[in-house]
Write a protein that binds this ligand. Structure first.
Ligand SMILES: [Ca+2]
Ligand SMILES: [Ca+2]
Length: 420
């Protein structure tokens, strides 16, 4: 309700404009509250004027005849006029107050506009601060992470620091040692300086020698170039020879293999040759023995000549006797020989043969040390009777002939055998 128009034209021709019934929101819209007071006062003033008019009309026109009432009315009118005067004064007072309030309102309006600007400014600052706050929160998170990383790095650096401190202490000790060594070296340096001077002199001499050697070296270099050329040539020849050598080695291996085979064949042939030669010699000897005649008094059988002694001797004496005649006691290792010798013996004659177990009892060997294979022992022989019989004899018993062991000291005829 921005504007209220009250029609009181019967009593007052003045219009009152009612402005300023304002709330807190109205204040913001530029309608000061002082107007409400002003309007209210104007309204009350108009109502009082209307009542006064009505009272005057009633007493003047409706009851003109009542003088008392007129006097009373006139007095009341004066009283009302005083009241109106007072109200007018009050209204002026209120108008002044209203004007003062208007000024205050304008001042407040100005303050409000300033505050509005400040508020907008503060809003902008708030948004700015919020943005800054978000940025700061992000930065805070980043800083926290950085803090943890820095803490980790700090711990690592602390450990490194301890190690470095230890190294620093070691270095300090080394430094002190080096200082000591440096002092010693300073002393040595003095001596070395003298030596250096001497060496410089020597260096000059050596430099001259070096120049001479340089000249020699150039000559050697030329020789070396020639030698290298020759070396390359020799290397080529060497490679060629290496190939030849490999081929020769291969040929040599083949030849060696063939040589080994031939060597084995040669050895086998040699063995065979020796065997055949021995066999041939034996055959030749056998042929000789078969073709040659026996000495006088000897009896030939096969390749041997046999002789029956005419005198009795011990076994050993009989052996000696046969040896003296170029033979030995007979070796009768075949039935043919036994049968032939049987023909030389008369019945019941015993004769020593080349058989004995005197070396080892029970082991009978011929005089050529061969063991007996074919044997012709008589019944129950050899019996080593009384542990005294170590020599072999042949005995003819009727139409038969056999062996017996007998005491070597017994005297017997003997059968000698020799080659023709
Ligand atoms: Ca015996
Ligand atoms: Ca016997």
């Amino acid at each position: 309700m921005d504007l209220i128009e009250i029609d009181e034209s019967e009593h007052l021709t003045k219009n009152f404009t009612m402005k300023g019934l304002m709330t807190k929101v109205d204040l913001r819209r530029g309608k000061p509250p002082s107007r409400c007071v002003s309007v209210c006062l104007g309204l009350i003033f108009a109502l009082l004027a209307g009542n006064i008019g009505q009272l005057l009309y009633y007493h003047m026109f409706i009851h003109p005849m009542s003088a008392d009432l007129i006097q009373a009315g006139a007095a009341e009118k004066l009283q009302l006029e005083d009241t109106l005067t007072n109200l007018t004064e009050n209204k002026d007072q209120l108008q002044k107050s209203y004007n003062t309030l208007e000024q205050e309102k304008d001042q407040l309006q100005t303050n409000y506009s300033n505050m509005q600007k400040s508020s907008d400014e503060l809003h902008r600052e708030k948004h700015e601060l919020q943005r800054n706050y978000s940025s700061l929160e992000t930065s805070y998170t980043d800083l926290n992470q950085s803090k943890y990383q820095l803490q980790s790095r700090y711990q690592s650096l602390s450990r490194d620091k301890d190690v470095l401190e230890q190294s620093y202490n070691d270095l300090r000790r080394n430094n002190e040692q080096l200082q000591t060594n440096y002092s010693s070296l300073e002393t040595i340096r003095g001596g070395l300086t003298k030596e250096r001077d001497q060496m410089e002199q020597s260096y000059s001499i050596l430099k001259q020698e070096k120049d001479q050697l340089q000249l020699n070296c150039e000559g050697v270099q030329r020789n070396l170039t020639n030698l290298q050329r020759e070396k390359h040539e020799l290397q080529r020849n060497y490679s060629s020879l290496e190939g030849d050598k490999d081929q020769l080695q291969k040929n040599n291996n083949d030849l060696q293999s063939r040589y080994n085979t031939l060597q084995r064949e040669k050895d086998q042939l040699r063995t065979d040759y020796n065997s055949l030669t021995a066999e041939r010699d034996q055959l030749q000897q056998r042929v000789n023995r078969l073709t040659r005649a026996c000495p006088s008094g000897w009896n030939k059988f096969g390749e041997s000549c046999f002789f029956l002694s005419k005198t009795s001797r011990s076994w050993q004496s009989s052996k000696n006797f046969c040896n003296s005649k170029g033979g030995d006691l007979a070796i009768l290792n075949s039935r043919d020989k036994m049968m032939f010798v049987k023909g030389l013996l008369e019945v019941h004659v015993h004769a020593w043969i080349g058989l004995t177990d005197s070396v080892s009892e029970g082991t009978w060997r011929w005089v050529d040390q061969t063991k007996t294979t074919t044997t012709f022992w008589g019944p129950s022989q050899p019996d080593n009777w009384k542990n005294t019989e170590d020599c072999g004899e042949i005995r003819r018993t009727g139409n038969d002939v056999d062996w017996n062991d007998s005491n070597c000291n017994s005297e017997r005829f003997c059968i000698c055998e020799r080659s023709p």
